[in-house]
Design a protein around this ligand. Structure first.
Ligand SMILES: NC(=O)c1ccc[n+]([C@@H]2O[C@H](COP(=O)([O-])OP(=O)(O)OC[C@H]3O[C@@H](n4cnc5c(N)ncnc54)[C@H](OP(=O)(O)O)[C@@H]3O)[C@@H](O)[C@H]2O)c1
Length: 285
């Protein structure tokens, strides 16, 4: 696939997890492209300040304005509140890039909503944020969901939430992350159908394996091996961010973008549709 160059719109693009490694790379690409308004949604908006200054120095000609906004995806309520605040800013929103995500491998944590944290942040709250912002999106806007190649591995389980909550070992927690991305991807497929009447495109991005803090697993020996052997082979955050930019730039909907490919998301089975419907239901206020 030839690389689709993103053409800035005359509105605002929201990027979640903007202070993360891939979030910063996406923000830089948008800034470099001259996107007029970039809403950098993150847990600690004050952390954006030095990055904004750096971008200003590197790209002095860019007309972009970065507006930091607070977003915590630890609960669906906080996600909706942040979306409502961003919506109330009054910008014409032309895209939402859901980049924020978490992978907890060394411990199991429950969200205040009672879900295992990767399911909460990566899937339910991400959907809650998106669904709350939907009415504010311009006709023909784009929504990007950050998936992962880990979505391919977990087997379909109806008792996933209960299992995830009591995950006790490395493999189970790895599976939790994969399942959160799997369900998010299915929900994106369903959402793409539901919003197509407004011309809104919903696509997924699979960045590959990218050298970011997320790859630090919290197990000494695994991290040491990863640091010395695997990290140099991984993509850089700037390379990984190509997937989100492809998902954003394509005029098509219901697509999976990687750094180099763009392909239609597979149709959902009845069981997958049921699970995706449930995830969307949990996200709706
Ligand atoms: N790295 C990879 O190999 C890889 C592969 C496939 C998919 N991904 C996905 O790519 C996305 C970006 O990850 P990354 O690799 O760039 O990792 P990262 O540097 O750790 O970035 C993750 C971002 O998510 C934010 N975040 C985490 N929990 C949050 C919460 N409760 N509320 C709001 N924001 C939260 C973090 O905020 P703070 O800055 O406040 O910590 C950070 O900005 C994630 O969705 C991840 O699952 C990564």
């Amino acid at each position: 696939m030839s690389y689709l160059e993103y053409q800035p719109t005359n509105g605002a693009v929201v990027v979640t997890g903007a202070t993360g490694d891939m979030g910063l790379a996406i923000t830089e690409r948008l800034y470099r492209a001259g996107q007029p308004v970039i809403i950098a949604a993150c847990r600690q908006p004050e952390r954006m300040r030095p990055y904004i200054h750096n971008l200003d120095v590197i790209y002095p000609e860019s007309p972009s304005l970065i507006i930091p906004a607070r977003l915590d995806l630890s609960t669906a309520w906080q996600a909706r509140k942040a979306a409502a605040e961003i919506g109330a800013m009054g910008h014409d929103i032309t895209a939402v890039i859901n980049n924020a995500g978490v992978m907890q491998i060394d411990h199991t944590e429950l969200s205040p909503d009672g879900f295992e944290m990767s399911l909460q942040v990566n899937c339910i709250s991400t959907l809650a944020f998106t669904l709350t912002l939907l009415p504010k999106l311009r006709q023909g806007a784009a929504v990007v969901m950050t998936s992962s190649l880990m979505r391919r591995f977990p087997l379909l389980r109806r008792d996933f939430v209960a299992k995830a909550t009591y995950a006790t070992n490395f493999a189970q927690r790895f599976n939790n992350y994969g399942r959160s991305k799997q369900i998010l991807t299915w929900a994106a497929t369903l959402l793409a159908e539901r919003v197509s009447y407004r011309g809104i495109r919903v696509n997924c991005a699979d960045p590959g394996i990218v050298n970011t803090p997320m790859i630090r697993l919290g197990y000494g020996w695994v991290d040491t091996i990863a640091d010395h052997i695997a990290r140099p082979l991984m993509s850089t955050p700037m390379q990984g961010s190509r997937a989100a930019m492809q998902a954003l730039a394509t005029p098509r909907t219901s697509m999976m973008a990687t750094q180099r490919t763009l392909s239609p998301l597979p149709s959902l089975t009845a069981a997958q549709t049921e699970i995706a419907t449930e995830a969307l239901r949990l996200a709706i206020p």
